[in-house]
Design a protein around this ligand. Structure first.
Ligand SMILES: [Fe+2]
Length: 516
């Protein structure tokens, strides 16, 4: 409560000059500021109805109408929807709480606004703690420049597929619109298109959302549209947490102004306390930017690697099971010291091609059971592209994530090798030479080098991965006879997993450039 109060004070202090100016020119940045209420004669639903913040015994039904009206929510365990709650307040925004619902049940509901009936939708109440529920993760639905401000058709198709899965809850990892402009009316239109599309799923399941970098604007617009677009816990904050069926869900904001890609200050303190104080047996954390990006290297949570490592360590300390994110427009899953990282950024935005693959439109369907997960990425054709069961009992997984960039000082720069669990033993070998228990600097040999990694987990199963690196010495051998006034080019040290033709092309281009 104190956090919300301090946020309100900060908002009033920071926004008062802007608001004063807007009032001065007769402009108020709220789409719902009508004061002369009278009963709307032809009520239309311009948002929703959507189901929000569902627990095992309650739900909140939200909708907006084109004019002020009262609303009645009819609901029940079948399509007769014989129970009802009436909200007599004349308004354009309506929030109606349904209480005393049956646990782990399918409810149907319909909203009636001054005689206008919505369709009958349905949702699932939460199971008891430890019970089975289905969660869906998706993200980065935003349109590309060629489509904006329209939402991508792929996104609409994926939403339809998700509705068919009948998930209990949905988490969206951010980047919902192409851009937040400086023009309020334009933004209202852009976000209206997003909400209209997204309500197709919001009718049927509560959506919890992380703010993405594309969802932020200047000044008061920083998170205003995002907060308007979703009905979730701790309304008014872009980071919050809640419990659901024995799982603690924590949503973090990686886009705090001036702290993008980091969790600092008040949010960090809140996050530490949030993870330390929950008694739920499983913990999931969601944010927009990945800790170990595949494409947005250096502009995700890895921008400050020390801080990224602190965050990973915090999650490990508090036994977080899953970190879900987006930002990279692809699907990827990896496990670092028993923390599963899932990047789901393929819900409609232009896809990113990387050496690790995963560039396909998709969503992730996750069956959550007591101490167990079964997660599947499903592409837009409906095919399962990756499946992972937690707890994992196969050989220890080995991941290469950061491309070693020697820079002009190659000493001490090494690739980042990660393991799905703390290895009992691990060995590294450059170019087939003697094994080492530590991964030291890169070999000073131009051309192709190989790195072999061997590791064994606590189940005694060994794993082996071999990576191929193409290195260029710095300075190049002919540098003493070459002069150039061009900006310095960082020495290129590009690794490639065998067969990465693109690397060869880049190296050829750089050599050609250097020799001019
Ligand atoms: Fe992003």
């Amino acid at each position: 409560m104190s956090k919300r109060f301090s946020q309100l004070v900060m908002f009033l202090l920071l926004s008062s000059p802007v608001l004063s100016f807007m009032v001065g020119i007769g402009y108020v940045p709220s789409p719902a500021t009508e004061t002369n209420f009278s009963l709307s004669q032809d009520a239309e639903f311009i948002r929703g109805p959507t189901v929000n913040m569902v627990t095992n015994h309650s739900a909140m039904i939200f909708c907006k109408t084109n004019g002020p009206t009262d609303v009645t929510v009819r609901y029940g365990l079948d399509t007769d929807v014989t129970d009802e709650v009436h909200n007599a307040t004349l308004d354009t925004e309506h929030r109606v709480d349904l209480t005393e619902l049956a646990i782990d049940s399918k409810y149907y509901y319909q909203v009636v606004a001054n005689g206008t009936e919505s369709e009958i939708y349905h949702f699932l109440t939460a199971p008891p703690d430890g019970g089975h529920f289905k969660m869906v993760l998706l993200g980065d639905n935003r349109p590309g420049q060629d489509v904006a401000p329209q939402q991508p058709q792929n996104y609409k198709d994926i939403l339809e597929m998700i509705v068919g899965e009948e998930p209990h809850i949905v988490v969206m990892s951010g980047d919902f619109v192409y851009h937040v402009y400086d023009n309020h009316e334009t933004n209202l239109n852009v976000w209206r298109m997003f909400s209209e599309a997204t309500d197709a799923l919001g009718h049927y399941a509560p959506i919890y959302a992380c703010i993405g970098n594309h969802d932020t604007g200047n000044g008061w617009m920083h998170d205003w549209y995002f907060l308007q677009a979703f009905e979730q816990y701790d309304n008014g904050s872009t980071y919050f947490s809640f419990d659901y069926a024995g799982v603690h869900f924590t949503i973090i904001d990686t886009e705090v102004e001036g702290e993008e890609g980091e969790i600092r200050g008040e949010q960090w303190d809140w996050l530490v306390n949030d993870l330390a104080s929950t008694k739920q047996p499983m913990k999931f954390v969601f944010g927009h930017r990945p800790l170990y990006p595949l494409s947005h290297l250096g502009s995700s949570m890895d921008e400050n690697k020390t801080h990224r490592n602190e965050l990973q360590e915090l999650f490990e300390t508090h036994n977080v099971t899953l970190f879900g994110c987006g930002h990279d427009h692809l699907y990827n899953r990896m496990t670092v010291n028993n923390l599963i990282h899932v990047i789901s950024g393929g819900a409609g935005a232009p896809l990113y091609s990387t050496l690790w693959g995963g560039a396909y439109n998709h969503y992730v369907s996750i069956d959550v059971m007591k101490d167990k997960l079964n997660m599947t990425s499903i592409d837009i054709e409906g095919s399962a592209r990756d499946n992972y069961v937690y707890p994992y009992d196969g050989p220890i997984e080995i991941f290469l994530r950061e491309i070693a960039d020697g820079g002009q000082d190659r000493n001490g720069t090494i690739p980042l090798i990660l393991f799905s669990e703390e290895p009992e033993q691990a060995y590294y070998s450059w170019n087939g030479e003697a094994n080492s228990t530590t991964l030291s600097g890169l070999p000073s040999i131009a051309g192709e080098n190989t790195l072999d990694v061997y590791a064994v987990g606590e189940n005694g199963l060994w794993n082996h991965e071999e990576y191929t690196f193409t290195t260029i010495l710095w300075p190049p051998p002919d540098s003493t006879t070459t002069t150039t006034t061009a900006p310095p080019i960082n020495p290129i040290l590009i690794f490639s997993i065998v067969g990465a033709v693109a690397v060869v092309v880049v190296v050829a281009v750089v050599f050609k450039y250097r020799s001019r």
